[in-house]
Write a new protein. Sequence first.
Length: 427
Amino acid sequence: MRFAGGNDTPPMSIDLVTFGCRLNTYESEAMERQAREAGLDDAVIVNTCAVTAEATRQARQSIRRIARERPGARIIVTGCAAQVEPGTFAAMPEVAQVVGNHEKMQPGTWQKLQAFGIGESERVIVDDIMAVRETAAHLIDGMKGRTRAFVQVQNGCDHRCTFCIIPYGRGNSRSVPMGVVVEQIRTLVENGTREAVLTGVDITSYGKDLPGEPRFGTLVRAILRHVPELERLRISSIDSVEADDDLMRALAEEERLMPHLHLSLQAGDDMILKRMKRRHLRDDAIRFCEEARRLRPDLVFGADIIAGFPTETEAMFANSLALVDACGLTHLHVFPFSPRPGTPAARMPQVDRKLVKERAARLRAKGAQALRHHLDAEIGQLRNVLTETADTGRTEGFTPVRFSAPVAAGEIRAVTIAAHDGRVLHA
């Protein structure tokens, strides 16, 4: 969650509370600009996430807290949870308006909300996200307080994994034209961005809806070719089964493409993967990691893995646990399975909640062990670190670094790694 604003925020202001993915963070920047240009004030926009039931619960909890801390402020709720459960948020007395995922990116929505008072405007502005056929890059010239910027290249998803509610919050896959993405990144670089992060819901499906059907790797190479001033390009979460030849060549040949990939793996057992309706099997994931690391030996992998998916036995979970070593994973995002109403997985035989939590804890412990192994190997290495604050930054492999002395944010500094504390490198 990100909260824009603070104790020095003037009484008439717009604050953003952002949950969830990098795409949400990008969209919050665009929304804030649109809301300000429309003249909206004394409002808090809550950009929600729906990836788990817990994420939706946290959003509701945050709304109640905001209402206590900002009495009289207009609370506008948007994002994936608002798209799939508009009635849940409309029923909250603290909420003035509920705005859908498509509507939140339209300047006209914020002009409408500004033109009418809280009681006059429509309370729920949420249309059918599946009817949306295109996505536009909502140009931002930077991201407040950040030395890297997220760039939306795609939205939505055409796949229907049995556990996932996100396609119903984001709609079907649609891509931002390559020329628009390149111009967006050029503008960001001109305004001081050192690193751009390509983001979307299913970015390796990029281009299937565009003329000529360019692949995601084609986009990556076009950015690096046409924006030579960009120092670092990073990719957010990908589906390894869709990685194309151009993307693999870029990993091997382009030093400005950072050696870090976050993989949407979800499980390490073939039966569970089939019940999830994933498009890869265990061996596919292992082969991809081996090939990618052959092309780029310094590559660092992160991954999403779900613990306690319906019907998961101890042997099936053991396969997911073992996948950490088999793929050489470093940064793990562990999700205890939580059923989302409306998804097929919610109707499958559920694993006992205590067992789900216990397996998630074991998976996190395995992830901590893998991270420590990676951190141990970094000691004594020379790394180029993009500084983010006065005392923190990240390596090329996205590993966090803490500096022993203050530094200026927004620099790329060559440092020798001296130690670590089990979570963060020290330099």
